[in-house]
Design a protein. Structure first.
Length: 116
């Protein structure tokens, strides 16, 4: 398993938090007030959590999907289940990593979270 996959599998929530912190270093963000930075980081975290869920849902079979369909997307239980499934579904962690990297680059270049 490559280091990127290990990083994603280790703790997705922690990884998302580190990506949000990385986004705070973007040129258009670094000079915001702390309150604005906190709100921006929360927005990035929410967006990346949703991105992880989208990637996950697109890769799951019906049995795996049934394990998450009734969970609150923002819950700790959902994050734990995403981590568990990322470790079980071949290539899922890599796909999440690619999505995260693409989204983080967009956020850093545009100083905003993608819409939709």
């Amino acid at each position: 398993m490559d280091p990127i996959t290990q990083n994603v599998n280790a703790n997705i929530e922690e990884y998302i938090n580190s990506l949000a912190a990385e986004c705070l270093q973007a040129q258009g963000i670094v000079n915001l007030t702390q309150e604005q930075k906190d709100a921006f980081a929360a927005s990035v975290q929410e967006y990346l959590s949703q991105a992880a869920l989208e990637v996950l849902v697109n890769r799951l079979n019906s049995e795996q999907l049934s394990q998450i369909e009734n969970l609150d997307p923002a819950s700790d239980e959902m994050m734990e289940k995403i981590q568990q499934l990322a470790a079980q579904v071949p290539g899922l962690a890599d796909e999440m990593e690619k999505r995260f990297r693409s989204d983080v680059e967009y956020i850093k270049q545009n100083s905003k979270v993608p819409q939709g």
